[in-house]
Design a binder for this molecule. Structure first.
Ligand code: SF4
Length: 369
């Protein structure tokens, strides 16, 4: 029975037909061999991206870990006044930008806590000074949760906040904060921050303004397989409407140091199956990332045969997943990341934030149009 149903799904995948919610949920069921799901995802991945596997040279910048939402899922945030709470100064931000630029980074990934002492104008100034000082470095900044928070704090609309950020150099948005859209799960893991409908609405507005964004799904905590599929379908529907998403990033939950420390971390098989099912359900997304900080390096490498076509980047200064117990290295060198890709039988391509091929000559680089 399972075999016949999998065969039917295989026929649809080969024909390029869209899978239903029920089919997606079936692919999560433990009775279905996850290698078989991976093979189907690999077909789609190869159809979309050939043998290429992307990476970029990037640095993270987390201006503050003080956050008024204090989500149960989060090991990174602190209350103001905690001994290890921190807030960067604008000089710190520029210093970090200088370091990234000197290291050849093409992208700064900027996300942080919702710190009540840092108004929207502080964040806008940070983007402006980074962009003015290092104009060739793409600024991918602020989750939809932060954008919604800036809007509520400043009394401005989401559209105005985004307009003002684009005007000073915002290049694109990351996909964080999506977690799982199901409200009963959010009530447990992140009850106070923007809900799923708000996350979708912020990205819809960003796409309308011409910003490309990413999307994520945090899995492996309290959610059901059905809720994972609902999440993926909500993303697929928005992508149908706007076409503004670039990449989907499945994020494996790290329970250590969170309110859910008693949960077991998803296994490699679960990480690979979730990557594969995501690739199969999100037929209108060009790219699926295997974010090695979240999946771990070995699983991310194998995920290049389970639907993923992108290892994310070298990732200097990652704090958020490491706070939750990620044992992945602090950063990968370009040599290491390209070796991982080649060993997986793929052709490495350095990309910029908009998936243009990067060509380097000495310390200089340019993105091919
Ligand atoms: Fe704040 Fe984000 Fe952590 Fe929630 S997950 S507490 S919004 S930093």
């Amino acid at each position: 029975m399972n075999h016949a149903r999998l065969k039917e799904i295989e026929k649809k995948v080969i024909a390029g037909e869209r899978l239903s919610s029920a089919e997606g949920e079936f692919l999560f069921s433990p009775e279905v061999d996850f290698h078989a799901v991976g093979e189907l995802a690999n077909l789609v991945r190869n159809r979309k991206n050939g043998n290429l596997a992307y990476y970029n040279i990037n640095s993270h910048l987390n201006p503050t870990n003080v956050c008024e939402f204090r989500c149960g899922l989060c090991a990174y945030s602190r209350d103001a006044g905690d001994p290890d709470a921190y807030v960067m100064s604008q000089d710190d931000v520029v210093r970090r930008g200088r370091e990234a630029d000197a290291a050849g980074c093409t992208e700064l990934h900027v996300v942080g806590g919702a710190n009540p002492d840092l108004p929207f104008e502080w964040h806008r100034e940070a983007v402006r000074s980074l962009h003015d000082s290092f104009p060739r470095v793409h600024i991918k900044a602020f989750t939809a949760v932060e954008i919604d928070w800036f809007a509520r704090r400043s009394g401005k609309s989401v559209e105005t906040v985004l307009h003002e950020l684009i005007a000073v150099g915002l290049g694109s948005m990351p996909g964080g904060g999506a977690e799982i859209f199901a409200e009963n799960v959010r009530a447990e893991i992140c009850p106070r921050k923007a809900d799923g409908a708000t996350w979708i609405s912020v990205h819809r507005t960003a796409h309308r303004l011409g910003l490309r964004t990413n999307a994520t799904m945090l899995f492996g905590h309290r959610e059901s397989y059905g809720q994972r599929i609902e999440h993926l379908i909500a993303l697929r529907e928005l992508q149908d409407a706007t076409g503004g998403f670039q990449a989907f990033v499945p994020l494996s939950f790290h329970p250590e140091n969170t309110k859910f420390a008693d949960l077991r971390q998803p296994t490699a098989a679960e990480n690979l199956r979730t990557t594969a099912v995501s690739r199969l359900m999100l037929d209108n997304f060009d790219h699926v990332k295997a974010y090695w900080v979240s999946l771990d390096v070995g699983t991310a490498q194998v995920a290049l045969a389970y639907g993923a076509d992108d290892l994310d980047g070298t990732v200097r200064h990652e704090l958020i997943h490491h706070a939750a117990g990620s044992v992945a290295p602090e950063a990968l060198t370009v040599e290491r990341i390209t070796q991982l890709i080649k060993e997986a039988g793929r052709e490495p391509v350095e990309r910029d934030s908009l998936y243009r091929r990067v060509v380097r000559e000495g310390a200089d680089w340019r993105a091919e149009e």
